[in-house]
Design a protein around this ligand. Structure first.
Ligand SMILES: [Zn+2]
Length: 127
């Protein structure tokens, strides 16, 4: 889904994002992967709380570790790590920007962080 940057505060791309990435030392503040590095992705079958299996993506720093953890028929895919800046309160329209509301996250950590909020919004909308 394309990002509508008109909802973001002025200076988002040129000032705010660079400040957060600098604070994070250009690494994901959740998993520690470095911006622009290569991670190795596999999908594992993981049992959820209801006993159902679902695919879960897991990244490794080395291809050897990924290959060791997955079944031989799974494909290990190289992924370029791209740091993004997440709103910890999920409110990109709040222009009162302070760095403690923001966190540098790789795309996988960001998706996981936002997925809980997307589910909450979806559940609220259709209950
Ligand atoms: Zn991460």
């Amino acid at each position: 889904m394309p990002i509508d940057y008109s909802r973001y505060p002025p200076g988002w791309k040129k000032e705010i994002v660079p400040a957060v990435l600098k604070r994070a030392n250009n690494k994901c503040e959740c998993c520690g992967l470095e911006n622009g590095s290569t991670a190795y992705s596999i999908k594992l079958d993981v049992k959820d709380d209801n006993g159902r299996y679902k695919k879960r993506t897991i990244w490794f720093r080395s291809k050897e570790d990924a290959e060791r953890e997955c079944d031989p028929y799974y494909e290990v895919k190289p992924v370029k790590v791209v740091l993004t800046v997440a709103h910890l309160d999920h409110d990109e329209t709040n222009w009162d920007v302070s760095l403690d509301r923001l966190k540098a996250m790789c795309q996988l950590c960001h998706l996981r962080y936002d997925s809980k909020e997307k589910f909450r919004r979806y559940a609220t909308k259709y209950q």
